[in-house]
Design a binder for this molecule. Structure first.
Ligand SMILES: [Zn+2]
Ligand SMILES: [Zn+2]
Length: 447
């Protein structure tokens, strides 16, 4: 049932052995026609080679990109596991250097330890072990936003991507073409970050997570959310908000602080440490003072007695965002007994997760046993990925001759997005994992 990539060197890679003959070639080891699991190799005829991201998809079971070829340099766009989860393997096997922002580098350590922990709890193999984390940490080369560096005859620059603090787009200038790779991005502001700004480019790689789907009006969504929280508190209940540690937890706390400052809000999980790191890098934040204020306002759960006290709070914000372990489960095991309580999800619940099971069957696995959770729940869309319209507008504003849609569901999301982009006059590529393609008109015409 499970196709596991074994990473025996030289055996499992989809990367071609021949060097590109002319121009700039790209090859998705993963993340071409799927969401997450990203690894894209760029190479030219001088055999100048760069890897963009090397993640895994934390699905059940996880998916891994195909084995990376020998590569000296990798750019890591941001600190989500679907973009950096396999970097320790890369660094220990190929001595690859990791280029990214200071905050991404700082958060990476926690993400890797957490990834390692989750894989051992869930019994999934991981191609790297804890010692490789140290190798990867030594491999970081830090770059500020908008400060270029060179790799052979390429010029590389990180640009703000929105999405989460520290997240970058890669602006890659080659003698033949200028290429902009969005990473995970959003052009809309969030409480934590300023939206990504378009820039002129020849080729745009854009994440198509939300192709064909429009986000709800954010102000209306926030109002609906705020009213719901207040309603539960008014009837004497506690709201549990499961939230990812890296980005979502802080966004939610900042919104609660802004709109419901009279409430008693407790925060638990890895998001506490990540907030501290974000505050240490104010250059990545839209409004550093607002994060600091929200953070000193909320109560951070740091002990067993704190956790018991949090059960009396108005709101608990806690990992994991999809009810896959984390303190959320501990809270729900107690909150489930009082129907006045409620669960407010802040994002999509992937299949085979606790959150999805709760939404579809009303139960959750607690200590390995399916347990009834007879609580009211609802889902709010606080995504920080660009929606369909934002993607199309961004590509137009970048004046991109060609657009490569990656990090996308090839069946539901990509076709409507490709159609909208083609209608606007862009040449669209739909990459498939394991198949190399060339950038530039003379090559794409022949495909
Ligand atoms: Zn992603
Ligand atoms: Zn991300």
């Amino acid at each position: 049932m499970v196709t596991m990539v074994l990473y025996s060197a030289g055996r499992t890679t989809s990367y071609p052995e021949d060097a590109p003959k002319k121009g700039l070639r790209y090859h998705c080891l993963g993340g071409g026609d799927e969401v997450g699991n990203v690894g894209i190799v760029f190479e030219n005829e001088r055999q100048n080679r760069l890897l963009l991201d090397y993640g895994l998809a934390p699905t059940h079971p996880p998916r891994y990109p195909s084995e990376a070829p020998q590569v000296k340099d990798a750019v890591i766009t941001h600190s989500h596991v679907d973009h950096l989860g396999m970097a320790p393997w890369l660094c220990s096997n190929h001595r690859t250097l990791l280029h990214g922002t200071a905050l991404t580098a700082q958060i990476s350590e926690m993400m890797w330890y957490d990834c390692h922990k989750v894989s051992s709890i869930e019994g999934y193999p991981l191609a790297w072990d804890k010692r490789d984390i140290d190798t990867a940490l030594d491999a970081w080369r830090i770059h500020d936003f908008n400060e270029s560096w060179n790799q052979d005859d390429w010029k590389l620059t990180l640009r703000k991507a929105g999405h989460i603090p520290g997240a970058a787009m890669l602006d890659l200038e080659t003698p033949q073409r200028r290429v902009l790779i969005s990473g995970d991005f959003d052009t809309r502001d969030s409480p934590l970050t300023t939206g990504a700004k378009p820039q002129k480019t020849d080729t745009l790689f854009v994440e198509g997570t939300y192709g064909g789907r429009e986000h709800p009006n954010l102000d209306e969504e926030i109002q609906r959310f705020v009213e719901h929280v207040q309603r539960v508190v008014d009837r004497g209940g506690t709201v549990l908000i499961p939230a990812f540690a890296n980005g979502r937890t802080q966004d939610v706390v900042m919104r609660l602080h802004k709109y419901l400052p009279h409430l008693n809000v407790h925060v638990d999980g890895m998001g506490k440490r990540i907030a501290k790191m974000q505050m240490n890098h104010p250059e990545t934040l839209r409004d550093p003072a607002a994060l600091r204020a929200a953070w000193s306002w909320c109560k951070r759960v740091s002990s067993k007695s704190d956790r018991k006290r949090a059960l009396e709070a108005d709101v608990i914000v806690s990992t994991s965002g999809m009810l896959q372990g984390g303190p959320s489960i501990w809270y729900l095991n107690r909150l489930r007994h009082d129907p006045k309580n409620a669960i407010l999800f802040t994002g999509y619940q992937a299949k085979a997760t606790g959150g999805r099971q709760l939404q579809s069957e009303g139960t959750l696995k607690i200590f390995g046993k399916d347990t009834e959770i007879p609580l009211e729940w609802d889902t709010y869309s606080f995504s920080t990925h660009a929606g369909h319209k934002e993607i199309v507008d961004f590509a137009a504003a970048c004046e991109a001759e060609e657009v490569i849609i990656y990090h996308t569901d090839p069946v539901h999301a990509r076709p409507p997005l490709a159609a909208a982009l083609e209608k606007n006059g862009h040449i669209v590529h739909n990459p498939v994992n394991g198949i190399s393609e060339y950038l530039g008109e003379e090559f794409s015409r022949s495909h």
